[in-house]
Design a protein around this ligand. Structure first.
Ligand SMILES: NC(=O)C1=CN([C@@H]2O[C@H](COP(=O)(O)OP(=O)(O)OC[C@H]3O[C@@H](n4cnc5c(N)ncnc54)[C@H](OP(=O)(O)O)[C@@H]3O)[C@@H](O)[C@H]2O)C=CC1
Ligand SMILES: O=C(O)[C@@H]1CCC=N1
Length: 267
């Protein structure tokens, strides 16, 4: 299988690293290109054995899956490279936030199958949650091949194309929202008495341990919380202070803004 990535940045590298490190695809079967950062392509060639080229005829020839991994605002520059050279064998897989399948087909002037995926950077540790939608003409056997690729770097859920906006907000951008929250927690913890170094280590371990509990426990979130909350104790005091703030409303606002931006990006 020949896989091409147009774009070798944060999201693409999380994916192709996951594909290679899980032994799902050999580095030599993955072809990378970017706008101009050849040093990065050489570095990836020496660490992951991936191929690289700026020759679009060579890249697209016999390519099974062509990942479109540029920012939405760079799509037009990508179209100039791909449109004259794509062939009937190419199945396109776009990870561009917000850009609809019909726009991809129109700009590339193609009736080839197109899938849209919305992964997240947890792909680096094979823990991406990836939403996927297919154009009507995507063959079942090709869908299965693509699902197998997605499995290599996490779990996938097939959704209606319109719902990819929700996936983008909740899990595509989601790691950034959680990192931001953890940053605030660390900032607040730094105002207590531990050294900043100890606080950083303690909070990172706290986050990892709590995530492991979520993974391994059969208890609900609220039961897990209840199990820590002694009557009249410290947790209750802290939770009461939290409840004075509109935390749910803050996240409603955050997710709606992300979702609206996803819709704007496709216009
Ligand atoms: N980062 C994330 O968490 C997620 C990102 N996405 C989506 O993934 C896409 C990429 O995002 P991200 O990886 O963060 O972006 P980056 O800025 O990290 O990478 C963008 C890549 O696109 C390349 N590029 C730009 N123009 C062209 C071109 N004309 N031809 C070939 N390559 C080109 C850049 O090359 P060069 O370095 O040479 O300029 C670079 O390798 C976006 O559409 C985003 O919506 C989706 C889910 C999560
Ligand atoms: O910020 C963005 O637009 C992309 C899409 C999801 C995560 N990063």
């Amino acid at each position: 299988m020949k896989i091409v990535f147009y774009g070798s940045g944060n999201m693409a590298s999380a994916i192709f690293t996951g594909l290679i490190e899980s032994n799902t695809v050999k580095g030599e079967d993955i072809y990378l290109t970017n706008r101009s950062d050849i040093e990065e392509l050489k570095r990836l060639n020496s660490t992951l054995n991936t191929q690289y080229s700026y020759d679009d005829v060579e890249l697209l020839s016999n390519a099974d899956f062509v990942f479109l991994a540029v920012k939405p605002h760079d799509f037009d520059s990508l179209v100039e490279r791909i449109q004259p050279h794509h062939n009937a064998h190419n199945k396109f897989v776009s990870m561009m936030a917000g850009v609809p399948i019909n726009q991809i087909k129109t700009k590339l002037q193609t009736s080839n199958p197109v899938a849209r995926i919305m992964p997240n950077t947890n792909a680096h540790v094979q823990q991406s949650v990836t939403g996927i939608s297919f154009s009507d003409n995507f063959e079942e056997s090709d869908k299965q091949l693509l699902f197998d690729l997605l499995d290599a770097f996490g779990t996938s859920i097939e959704v209606e194309e319109d719902s990819l906006h929700d996936v983008t907000a909740i899990t595509g951008s989601g790691p950034a929202f959680l990192y931001y929250m953890y940053e605030q927690y660390i900032n607040a913890a730094n105002q207590l008495g531990l050294s900043h170094e100890d606080t950083d280590i303690a909070v990172r371990k706290l986050i990892i341990g709590t995530a492991r509990m979520l993974e391994n426990s059969e208890l609900s979130l609220d039961q897990l919380r209840e199990n820590i909350t002694s009557k009249g104790g410290t947790t209750k005091a802290g939770l009461d202070a939290l409840a004075k703030h509109p935390i749910e409303a803050i996240f409603v606002d955050c997710l709606n803004e992300a979702l609206n931006r996803s819709k704007e990006l496709g216009k």
